[in-house]
Write a protein that binds this ligand. Structure first.
Ligand SMILES: [Zn+2]
Ligand SMILES: [Zn+2]
Length: 157
């Protein structure tokens, strides 16, 4: 799907600049984050299970395709009209993950293997085999592994 990222960012910034989130909003968005995090945790190893979780979330968050003509030329939206920002944000984040997965990227979702991090990340590397979210985490872990080997008198001692 073609997305004009600059235009989307503009629309998000516009809507969010007027938003004063309540404690309930924050609670709802934390729940969405938790749901997406669980998808990131399983999708690479078990795309069937990850997809079932996404399907459940699509139903629970009521993501329904519709054509919007409110701004720009007719295009797809997935949130119900007039339901507010939390619903819109939830469904937008969810659909971003759904479309990404269905574009052949299931193996690119992961949680950082560093126990001090565990951040959800998208693996943009060519072969999609990264286990750390960043070079910083990969470096920290390799230094820690080296030190552990040295303590145990391993091959690098
Ligand atoms: Zn739109
Ligand atoms: Zn990390």
């Amino acid at each position: 799907m073609d997305v004009n990222a600059a235009r989307v960012a503009e629309l998000y910034a516009e809507a969010l600049s007027r938003w004063r989130p309540t404690a309930a909003d924050v609670g709802e968005l934390r729940a969405v984050r938790g749901d997406l995090r669980r998808v990131f945790a399983v999708m690479r190893q078990d795309p069937d299970a990850g997809s079932r979780m996404l399907n459940d979330a699509l139903a629970r968050y009521r993501a329904l395709p519709r054509i919007s003509t409110g701004h720009d030329a007719p295009h797809l939206h997935f949130e119900a009209a007039g339901e507010g920002l939390v619903h819109w944000l939830s469904v937008s984040m969810l659909m971003a993950v759904v479309l990404f997965v269905c574009d052949g990227n299931a193996a690119r979702l992961g949680l950082c293997a560093s126990r001090n991090c565990r951040r959800a990340f998208v693996d943009r590397s060519k072969n999609a085999r990264k286990i750390y979210c960043s070079d910083a985490c990969a470096h920290r872990e390799s230094v820690a592994a080296y030190r552990a080997r040295r303590r145990q008198g391993g091959p690098d001692a």
